[in-house]
Design a protein around this ligand. Structure first.
Ligand code: FAD
Ligand code: EPU
Length: 349
C-alpha cells in the first residue's frame, strides 16, 4: 500500500514520516465509520490531537485520525462552573477563553499544547496544578461497538503523568469529552517555586498568573514550530528516601521535592549533571535552558536520531546515579505504540 500522507505538520517533533491515510474527523459517527473500515482491512489505527507527545520512528502503515470533534457546554451551580468539553478542542485556547469569560482556575495550565482529549491521559500538569484538580469525568467510546462509558474521577486513577487511560484496558478506547468543575471562589495557586515573585501581590488576578506563566514557558521551552520538540522527554523520577538521603550528602543542592509523601527528583538536573545541556548529535540537541527537552535542532532529524540520543541520556544517567528514567513521550512505530522498555533497558552493574 502507498504510504504518502505526510505527518510532518501533525507532530511537534516535526518528524517527516508518512501514513497510509490521514483523516480529520469532526464528529463521532465519522470517527467510528472510518476506524471500523480500516480495522476491517486489518490496518492499525491511531488517533492524534496535536501530536505534541508522540515520536514517530517510521512511516505509519495505517490510518491516522486527527481529532477535530469540537464543542463546549457550560452550566453553573451556586459554587461551580461545570464545563463539558469535546475532545478535539485545543487545551490552551480553552484555558485562555475560560479566563476571558471570568471562569478561573486553569491559569497554571496555560500554554500546554495539545487537545482536550489527550489532557487526562497523562494528567497534564505544570506550575503546581494538574488536570486531576478539576476533572470530574472522562467520556470514552469503543469505536468498534460504539459503546460509550463515563469514567468518573476516582476511576480515572490520576497520578503524576499517569491515569487509567495509559493502561491496557482502555488503550482501545477513544476519549470523546471530559467534564471539568471550576470553583466560583477563586484562590490563586502560587506554591510552585517559579511563582514565588507573585506571592507578594495580594491583588493578583488569574490573567496576571496566566501571562506570567506564558512568559516563563516561552523563555524555557522553544516553540516547536521553530525547533521540533515534545516538551519534557522524560518524567521526573520518584526515588526512595534512602537514595534521597545518600544523594543529598553528595549533592547538597540537589532539587528534591516531596509529592504525595514521596521524593521526586528533577530529571533535568540529573541530565545536566551528566553534562548533556547543549549536547548535539545528528542534528538533535539537549536544550541548553532545560535539559529535559530534546530538540530536533536541524528539523531534519529522524525519529531514530531522537530516540538514539534519548537512549544515550537514559544510559548515562542510569549508570551515574542508578536512576533509570521513564520516557513521557509515546514512541510510535509502523504499527502503533511501542512499550518504551523495548528500547530503554536498565544496564546491570
Ligand atoms: P498527541 O500527541 O496527539 O497524542 C498523545 C497520545 O494520546 C497518543 O498516544 C494518542 O494516540 C493518544 N490520544 C490522543 N487523543 C486521544 C483521544 N481523544 N483518545 C484517546 N487517545 C488519544 N505536558 C504536560 O503535562 N505539561 C507540560 O507543561 C507540557 N508542556 C509541553 C510543552 C511543549 C512545547 C510540548 C510540545 C509538549 C508539552 N507537554 C506537556 C506534552 C503534551 O502537551 C501533552 O502530553 C498533551 O496532552 C498532548 O496532547 P496532544 O493532543 O498533542 O496528544
Ligand atoms: N532543573 C535543572 N536543570 C534543568 C531543568 C530543571 O537543574 O535543566 C531543576 C531546577 O532546580 C528547577 C527544577 O529542576 O528549578 C524544576 O524545573 P522546571 O520548573 O523547569 O520543571 P521540570 O520539573 O523540569 C516539569 C514538567 C513540565 C512542566 C514544568 C513546570 C515533567 C516531566 N515536566 O518540568 O512539563 O511544564 O515542570 O511545572 O514533569 C512536559 O511534561 O512536557 C512538561 C514540559
Amino acid at each position: 500500500m502507498i504510504c504518502n500522507y505526510s505527518l510532518n505538520k501533525l507532530n511537534t517533533f516535526n518528524i517527516k514520516n508518512n501514513a497510509i491515510k490521514i483523516i480529520k474527523v469532526k464528529n463521532l459517527k465519522q470517527l467510528c465509520q472510518i476506524w471500523k473500515k480500516y480495522k476491517k482491512k486489518k490496518l492499525p489505527c491511531l488517533i492524534l490531537g496535536k501530536g505534541s507527545n508522540v515520536l514517530f520512528l517510521n512511516n505509519f502503515y495505517g490510518l491516522v485520525v486527527i481529532n477535530k470533534i469540537k464543542g463546549i457546554h457550560i452550566n453553573e451551580s451556586s459554587k461551580y462552573w461545570n464545563l463539558h468539553i469535546n475532545s478535539g478542542e485545543n487545551w490552551h485556547k480553552l484555558v485562555k477563553n475560560t479566563i476571558k469569560n471570568k471562569i478561573y482556575g486553569l491559569e497554571n495550565l496555560a500554554l500546554i499544547p495539545g487537545s482536550v482529549g489527550s489532557a487526562p491521559i497523562q494528567n497534564i500538569g505544570a506550575y503546581g496544578s494538574s488536570i486531576k484538580d478539576f476533572c470530574q469525568y472522562v467520556d470514552i467510546i469503543n469505536p468498534i461497538n460504539q459503546k460509550i462509558q463515563r469514567i468518573n474521577k476516582k476511576k480515572c486513577k490520576f497520578k503524576y503523568r499517569d491515569s487509567i487511560f495509559k493502561h491496557d484496558d482502555y488503550k482501545n478506547h477513544i476519549i470523546i469529552s471530559i467534564g471539568l468543575s471550576l470553583s466560583k471562589k477563586w484562590i490563586p495557586n502560587l506554591n510552585y517555586k517559579d511563582l514565588k515573585k507573585l506571592r507578594t501581590n495580594v491583588n493578583i488576578t488569574p490573567q496576571q498568573i496566566f501571562n506570567y506563566i506564558c512568559n516563563i514557558r516561552k523563555k524555557k521551552i522553544p516553540n516547536p514550530k521553530i525547533y521540533g520538540n515534545a516538551g519534557s522527554f522524560f518524567k521526573n523520577p520518584f526515588i526512595s528516601s534512602k537514595l534521597g538521603l545518600k544523594l543529598l550528602k553528595i549533592y547538597p543542592q540537589i532539587p528534591i521535592f516531596i509529592e504525595n509523601n514521596k521524593l521526586k527528583l528533577s530529571a533535568g538536573w540529573l541530565i545536566n549533571q551528566c553534562k548533556f545541556k547543549g549536547y548535539i548529535q545528528n542534528g538533535v540537541m539537549v536544550h541548553s535552558k532545560q535539559a529535559l527537552i530534546i530538540l530536533n535542532k536541524s528539523n531534519n532529524a529522524t525519529g531514530m536520531d531522537i530516540l538514539k540520543l534519548a537512549i544515550k541520556i537514559y544510559n548515562t544517567v542510569g549508570i551515574k546515579f542508578d536512576i533509570w528514567l521513564e520516557p513521557e513521550v509515546k514512541i510510535i512505530n509502523s504499527y502503533g505504540e511501542v512499550n518504551p522498555s523495548f528500547f530503554f533497558k536498565k544496564i546491570k552493574n
